[in-house]
Design a protein around this ligand. Structure first.
Ligand SMILES: *[C@@H]1O[C@H](CO)[C@@H](O)[C@H](O)[C@H]1NC(C)=O
Length: 241
């Protein structure tokens, strides 16, 4: 793909440059800056997989909200390349990458159900387009995810395999009640064996909004670097009716 080609060309330029006429950085700062930017964008080692609870996303906003067909399901927010030493990103790795709505046709139904844009009244593709250009174009450096179709299929697969509705239910955590941060994290960790991140809605009363599970590049679960932003004893799992 284009990224690998441009990386190879830049490396070649760098090598040729340093052999033929001293450091490339001195002779060609623009090429050097390009090389640095490409190297930086390829430096990541893991994923943060974020799922959200539609009821809380909706009640946190005044925008018109469209629930997924099954209101009792957590949906994908995103699958984000990250650095396990504690930072998100890189992002926007291929700014000229095309996003074709047609490529998602085979999985459109599942995307609507499981990667729902609850605010997607006029253009349901805008959320997916955003996730693809910001995060997917970096994830696409992996052969396993090197197309929009593969990238979104992976998100759907993880959403099915790490079904938070049933993970919580198995720990007797159900919508309409409140639980401690520890109860939420223990429930997820009893399934994944690793540290997850529980995110609360940023405004209003304490409500659980997102659960983040982290993976290495082979999709083994690893500890997430980010701590929870929930700071109250009791956190509501918002009723979804
Ligand atoms: C997750 O589990 C719930 C409850 O069992 C179920 O209703 C829902 O369809 C499941 N979601 C996915 C994506 O499998």
């Amino acid at each position: 793909m284009a990224f690998r080609n441009s990386l190879a060309i830049c490396l070649l330029l760098a090598v040729l440059g340093s052999i033929s006429a001293g450091p490339l950085s001195a002779r060609n700062p623009a090429a050097m800056a390009m090389l640095e930017s490409i190297m930086k964008k390829s430096k990541w080692d893991s994923f943060v997989f974020s799922q959200e609870w539609p009821a809380t996303v909706c009640s946190s906003s005044s925008r018109k909200c469209y629930f997924p067909e099954n209101r009792n399901t957590w949906t994908v927010h995103g699958l984000w390349p990250s650095k396990s030493d504690g930072t998100y990103g890189p992002s926007n790795c291929e700014t000229d990458a095309e996003f074709s709505e047609a490529t998602l046709a085979p999985i459109l139904d599942d995307l609507e159900k499981q990667w729902t844009d609850v605010f997607g009244e006029s253009d349901e593709y805008s959320f997916w387009k955003h996730e693809w250009s910001k995060h997917g174009t970096c994830a696409a450096q992996l052969e396993a995810l090197d197309s929009a179709l593969k990238y979104f299929e992976k998100g759907l697969e993880l959403n099915t395999n790490y079904n938070l509705t049933s993970i919580f239910l198995d720990s007797n955590i159900v919508p309409g009640n409140s639980y401690s941060l520890k109860q939420y994290t223990k429930a997820v960790e009893s399934v994944t064996g690793a540290k997850s991140t529980v995110r609360c809605a940023s405004k209003g009363s304490a409500r659980v909004q997102e659960i983040r599970i982290c993976f290495d590049k082979k999709f083994n679960v690893i500890d997430c670097f980010e701590d929870s932003n929930c700071h109250t004893k009791s956190i509501n799992y918002e009723d979804n009716n």
